[in-house]
Design a protein around this ligand. Structure first.
Ligand code: NAD
Length: 461
């Protein structure tokens, strides 16, 4: 039996959308300003909720979630009118006399299902696009970050128009129930497994979906002629693996591919920067997040417990179940068929795989599902070109990690197994809009031969 309250909520959202108010520019601006006020007025509460659910330091909380979303709301406020404007389109001479434009229209009532690792950012970032595009919205945050989920429910109720924007909390059961209803778009962030569930439920209603999924993001690491570049590469790799939610990030570096001859230098540099960032006793460091819960802790522990994996650990490897802490850990050449190398790690374990030649990385990557992000540290232009043209991933970043996510002018999304559809900045607005073709004809000329009957005279033309 479906929950009556849920049904009433969805009916109210449909009425709000049908009333036309969400299409008004003033409504969109007021809701975006409401989001901004949540982030400003409740910054401390958000930071504390992220600490509670994930052990995030407040610097990390601001950098990756609060501040990133503030930037995105401001970007939407500045550009909204331009995004909403009709785009005039050129027409072929045969269409004379006509004009045409593409007019963005909201899709209707949309559902956003988000993940726990950036529980504020991954909920509000798509919400910005959905509101800016003029939709009524249901947001279902992840139950695995419960403090953030209830804070989102409370603040969105207080600051936004609750007839048109609702938070519905709950776990997979609530998600499944929501999926039984018809939405006009589903924006899902989460695992490939649940992505399939979402897509098949959406198919019943012909609802379009965006799937922001995960996967393994490799980092190809060459060697540089100067120690400055080698050191900076190692620092950026440590940051891109351990520095965001302890590696529990869809675009975190999953594993490294490097040449045999580069291995010992690279590993020594990685160790040095892990120590510099997290000290000799990282368990006491406030600068690294905890593992989200016991289930994920056990999952990560079992990756290390597989035969031949533990013996490949060259740094770290300590775990503390009580504080849900896992030490930044480097493994060298764990078996390629072990789970740590076949499934997304989503935690602070960093395998380094050696290859005879750095060019072999291309076949290694091609033999596996398309990554959400691919990183490559190299100044070798021919390798850079080959990586761009011979591999497929949501994005490629050379000589750094993660930053491609934070740029409003770049679309973010996966390809193949890492998902499809894209968002951020204008792409978020487009994601939640339909670009309607509006074509207008004049009566100045008309072609007599376009109309039946198909006489011999017309067939001669
Ligand atoms: P998950 O798929 O278990 O859950 C995601 C969301 O789906 C949660 O809100 C959950 O309650 C809901 N859900 C779970 N089962 C459901 C069902 N049967 N029906 C409807 N809803 C259901 O994923 P997770 O553990 O939250 O996130 C981890 C995965 O997400 C990783 O693979 C990671 O790479 C990926 N991820 C991707 C991105 C991205 O932007 N591409 C960002 C963060 C995480």
């Amino acid at each position: 039996m479906l929950n009556d309250h849920l049904e009433a909520d969805l009916k109210e959202l449909r009425e709000a959308f049908n009333s036309g108010k969400t299409k008004e520019t003033s409504w969109r601006i007021s809701q975006l300003n409401g989001l901004l006020r949540i982030l400003e007025d409740r910054e401390n509460d958000i930071s504390m909720a992220l600490k509670q659910d994930l052990g995030k330091h407040h610097v990390e909380a601001y950098r990756d979630e609060i501040g990133t979303v503030v930037k995105s709301v401001n970007n939407a406020l500045v550009n909204l009118k331009q995004w909403m404007a009709a785009k005039k389109t050129r027409l072929p001479i045969a269409a004379f006399p006509s004009t045409a434009s593409l007019v963005p229209e909201p899709l209707g009532v949309v559902l956003i299902i988000s993940s726990w690792n950036f529980p504020i950012g991954l909920s509000l970032e798509p919400l910005i696009g959905a509101i800016a595009a003029g939709n009524a919205v249901v947001l279902k945050p992840s139950e695995l970050a419960p403090t953030c989920s209830s804070l989102l429910a409370e603040t969105i109720l207080d600051y936004l128009d609750n007839y048109a924007v609702k938070v519905i909390e709950g776990g997979s059961d609530k998600g499944e129930r929501l999926l039984q209803y018809k939405f006009d778009k589903i924006f899902f962030t989460g695992s490939t497994r649940v992505g399939r569930v979402v897509m098949s439920a959406a198919a019943q209603h012909l609802t379009p979906v965006t799937l922001e999924l995960g996967g393994k993001c490799p980092a190809v690491v060459g060697s540089f002629s100067s120690s400055r570049e080698n050191n900076m590469a190692a620092k950026r790799l440590v940051w891109g693996k351990f520095g965001l939610c302890a590696g529990q990030a869809c675009i975190a570096v999953d594993y490294i591919l490097t040449e045999k001859k580069n291995l010992s230098n690279l590993v020594e540099s990685l160790k040095r920067y892990i120590k510099q960032c997290y000290g000799d006793d990282p368990n006491g460091s406030q600068s690294i997040s905890k593992i989200v819960n016991k289930k994920h802790f056990s999952r990560l522990k079992s990756l290390l417990d597989e035969p031949m994996v533990k013996s490949s650990v060259v740094y770290g490897g300590s775990l503390d179940e009580e504080s849900l802490f896992i030490e930044p850990t480097i493994l060298v050449n764990p078996p390629i068929h072990a789970t740590i190398m076949t499934e997304e790690i989503f935690g602070p374990l960093l395998p380094v795989i050696t290859l005879e030649s750095i060019e072999d990385s291309i076949n290694f990557i091609r033999a596996r599902p398309n990554p959400l992000a691919l990183y490559a540290f190299t100044e070798n232009e021919s390798l850079q070109k080959r990586l761009v043209s011979e591999t497929s991933s949501g994005s490629i970043m050379f000589n750094d990690t993660i930053l491609q996510y934070a740029v409003d002018t770049l679309p973010f999304g996966g390809v193949g197994g890492s998902g499809f559809g894209r968002y951020h900045g204008r792409y978020s607005f487009d994601n939640f809009s339909h670009e309607k073709v509006v074509m207008t004809r004049g009566f100045l000329v008309d072609f007599w031969f376009r109309y039946p009957p198909w006489t011999a005279q017309k067939l001669q033309l």
